[in-house]
Ligand binder design. Structure first.
Ligand SMILES: [Zn+2]
Length: 113
């Protein structure tokens, strides 16, 4: 499951890289607009920024999954990094790379013994 998620992030990253490369190749050469209605290129720079942001997010996603895989190897996967309680299976199913239990993540309801 984690591996599938990592692959999804990688695919996403590849697609974003391709889009960014295409944008860099095309944007200076756009001379005829109007045929396809995509003439509102008022911000190829901001579009690039948007893609950069998405690439950064995809990279972070891969880092998160890699970290989770590392924890899996060392036997700490599914253990809250803060209170060391087991993270609920339902939560791990929703967020495989989760590092904290729901209580710690939400910051409230922490019980100290
Ligand atoms: Zn916790």
């Amino acid at each position: 499951m984690l591996l599938a998620q990592r692959q999804a992030h990688l695919d996403n990253l590849e697609a974003l890289r391709a889009a960014a490369a295409q944008l860099l190749d095309d944007s200076p050469l756009v001379d005829s607009v109007g045929d396809d209605g995509f003439g509102e290129a008022d911000g190829s720079g901001s579009e690039l920024d948007r893609i950069r942001t998405l690439v950064a997010a995809a990279r972070k996603g891969i880092d998160d999954v890699d970290a989770a895989l590392g924890r899996l190897d060392s036997g700490r996967y599914g253990i809250c990094a803060d209170c060391r309680a087991p993270i609920s299976p339902a939560r791990l199913e929703a967020i495989p790379e989760a590092t904290h239990c729901v209580d710690c993540k939400t910051g409230g309801l922490r019980r100290r013994k």
